[in-house]
Design a protein around this ligand. Structure first.
Ligand SMILES: [Zn+2]
Length: 120
């Protein structure tokens, strides 16, 4: 593995995860139009968001391939629920402006997953 700090983690409800470095994360956002088509709910100030697994697969299949595309499609295909949870590891955002109910779902899922598997 490269010695680049992880910037973004995408987790499913089982705690499976794909981690991207900052460059891969930027490419992912650039190539998928900010993941708009797959975003269920998102923090307006960072990249933390809930993604719809099926829509994410569609987005990735329609975008130029990334190093992480295969792993992300696999994660989404195998996800036990319809949602994936993206964590912005590089931001210290407290998500105070993420006001819709998605925030609660995201925060609960992440708290649960992080407790279960330890910090990324
Ligand atoms: Zn945030």
């Amino acid at each position: 593995m490269r010695a680049v700090p992880p910037a973004l983690a995408i987790l499913d409800d089982d705690g499976e995860q794909v981690v991207l470095d900052a460059e891969e994360a930027d490419r992912l956002f650039a190539l998928t139009d900010g993941l708009d088509g797959a975003t269920v709910s998102a923090c307006p100030r960072c990249r933390c968001r809930i993604l719809a697994a099926v829509a994410l697969v569609d987005l990735l299949n329609g975008a130029p391939a990334l190093a992480a595309s295969g792993a992300l499609v696999e994660l989404a295909d195998d996800a036990p629920t319809l949602h994936l949870y993206m964590r912005d590891l590089a931001s210290g955002c407290a998500h105070r402006r993420w006001l819709d109910p998605g925030h609660d779902e995201w925060a609960e899922a992440i708290a649960d997953l992080v407790t279960r598997r330890g910090p990324v």
